[in-house]
Design a protein around this ligand. Structure first.
Ligand code: ADP
Length: 499
């Protein structure tokens, strides 16, 4: 799809204003049983993009029943090769339609096209990696010590119906991260998109149907968290919930899951330390540490928001990161030059601007940014510029709580042991970064930091083969990697007496 000539004139073909986008249940596009709908708006302009069918418990019931039928029916007969071929077909169709999908992400949640298009190879790589995984599932034969002749082996079996509850901060990637492993392992899915950004998941649903995903194997039910999401989390017909979102919602999902003790994987929030030593290549570390937070307007769970800088370069480094932040172009995500788009919603805007006030009240000093952009082209959207707070101490709320906005809290430190202790002094443990040329320091930090990912001289590197997930209140279970496949599989031990 060609870029629009003018941003104002642009309407995405999938955005239809007042026409209702339906939900996908059992291979059919249906209205909500209640007939209710909700609005999807562009956070850069406030424009109405589409009305969306608002699913709740009844729709979730129907979708789970369809997913169960598919799981027990024809889908269970699909051989690994066939599931692989289906995933490769999906990759082909997603590739053909990537520009459209990425622009839909942009208009629905605000991220710049430079970013949503930039994730193309990663998303396609995920689909193709999951395709490979479909033919790589295997149990083991295990030697046992029982007397006599008794043979033991394991079978790996798909866990069943998966409830996938996803956030809005990268809708397309989030869908693939849940649907991919489910299809690879032979599970079926009921996916609930975030209410802030349901359009890409629905368009993806159309493409999945085009690719030949059988009815009921993937169902997509948009709706609100407290209704549709909660119904999915507590549903007795769901075998596993794969959740990405806030730790508070993660806690309610765990409580809801207790009813049938379904399996749960949680990829939650963070307050990740990003640690810059004076011996680092600062020319690389400045944009690296900056984009570790400013990318996607800070709406990334593993953003390196606590920027620890060795005291002897603190003033220089903080100044340079602030200048870098100031140099980034903030604007409508459809403008190809935009580097920082709007925040996703009014609620997110209130939250982030609230933290900007809190930071100032706590005595932190904004070196750049620090207030929302409200004039001219920014008037109708939720724009917050890259912000760097200096003079932050560990106890300030802006150093402890997840802001989910483009806000760096810069904190000075003196030595390795001290920064490990302070870096770990948070209830989260998702990402962490280290910038140094000293290999022994790098290894000490890699071992000492209590986080699911440690990025050294880079930040936010991701690959479908490498596990991603949290320590502590950042959740449990892993996405990507062989570890994620295990989350979608049951292990069965088989014993056979042979004599
Ligand atoms: P955020 O604060 O980043 O929007 P949430 O955790 O609120 O994160 O939302 C992530 C996803 O969880 C969304 O799809 C949302 O609708 C869903 N959700 C919110 N509350 C609940 C809940 N109580 N039960 C299940 N899902 C929920």
């Amino acid at each position: 799809m060609a870029m629009p000539q003018t941003i104002e004139a642009y309407r995405h073909p999938f955005t239809t204003g007042t026409e209702v986008k339906r939900m996908l249940i059992n291979g059919e596009w249906v209205r909500a049983a209640s007939g209710k709908t909700f609005e999807s708006r562009n956070p850069a302009t406030g424009d109405l993009l589409a009305m969306v069918a608002e699913g709740d418990k009844e729709d979730i019931d129907r979708a789970v029943a369809a997913a169960r039928r598919a799981f027990e029916g024809s889908w269970s007969k699909f051989k690994p090769f066939e599931r692989q071929a289906l995933l490769l077909k999906i990759a082909e169709i997603v590739e053909k339609n990537y520009d459209e999908l990425s622009m839909l992400d942009t208009v629905d949640m605000g991220a710049p096209v430079a970013r949503t298009r930039g994730t193309k190879q990663r998303v396609l790589g995920m689909l193709r990696w999951y395709a490979g995984m479909a033919t790589s599932i295997h149990g083991e034969t295990i030697e046992n010590s029982l007397p006599g002749e008794i043979f033991s082996y394991t079978l790996k079996e798909p866990i069943g119906v998966v409830g996938a509850i996803i956030p809005w901060n990268g809708p397309l990637g989030a869908c693939i991260w849940k649907i991919g492993p489910a299809l690879a392992t032979g599970c079926t899915v009921v996916l609930k998109p975030a209410e802030e950004a349901p359009l890409t998941p629905l368009r993806l649903g159309e493409l999945l149907m085009d690719a030949g995903v059988p009815p009921g194997v993937v169902n997509i039910v948009p709706g609100y968290g407290e209704t549709a999401g909660a119904a999915l989390a507590e549903h007795p017909g769901v075998d596993k919930v794969a959740f990405t979102g806030s730790h508070l919602t993660g806690q309610s999902i765990v409580r809801a899951s207790a009813f049938n003790l379904k399996r749960v994987s949680l990829e939650l929030g963070g307050k990740s330390p990003d640690i810059v030593f004076a011996d680092a290549d600062l020319d690389t570390a400045v944009p690296g540490a900056g984009m570790a937070v400013f990318a996607n307007s800070g709406q990334i769970c593993s953003a390196g928001t606590r920027l620890f800088v060795e005291r002897k370069v603190y003033d220089e480094f903080v100044g340079r990161v602030a200048d870098f932040g100031k140099s980034l172009k903030v604007g409508n995500g459809l403008d190809p030059d935009t580097q920082i788009g709007p925040l996703v919603s009014e609620q997110q805007y209130e939250r982030v601007t609230g933290y900007l006030s809190t930071g100032r009240q706590e005595g932190a000093r904004p070196v750049t940014g620090g207030a929302a952009l409200t004039e001219g082209v920014y008037a109708k959207g939720y724009f917050v510029p890259p912000t760097v707070f200096a003079d932050v101490n560990d106890n300030m709320r802006i150093a402890q709580e997840e802001i989910f906005g483009p806000v760096i809290s810069a904190i000075p430190f003196t030595d390795v042991e001290e920064v490990i202790t302070r870096g770990n002094a948070t209830s989260f443990g998702l990402g962490s970064g280290v910038w140094t040329r000293d290999v022994s320091k790098a290894h000490r930090l890699a071992k000492g930091l209590r986080a699911g990912s440690v990025w050294i001289n880079c930040y936010q590197a991701m690959d479908p083969a490498v596990p991603f997930g949290g320590y502590k209140m950042s959740g449990y279970g892993r996405e990507s990697g062989i570890q994620q496949m295990e989350e979608y599989l049951n292990v069965k031990a088989v014993w056979i007496k042979t004599a």
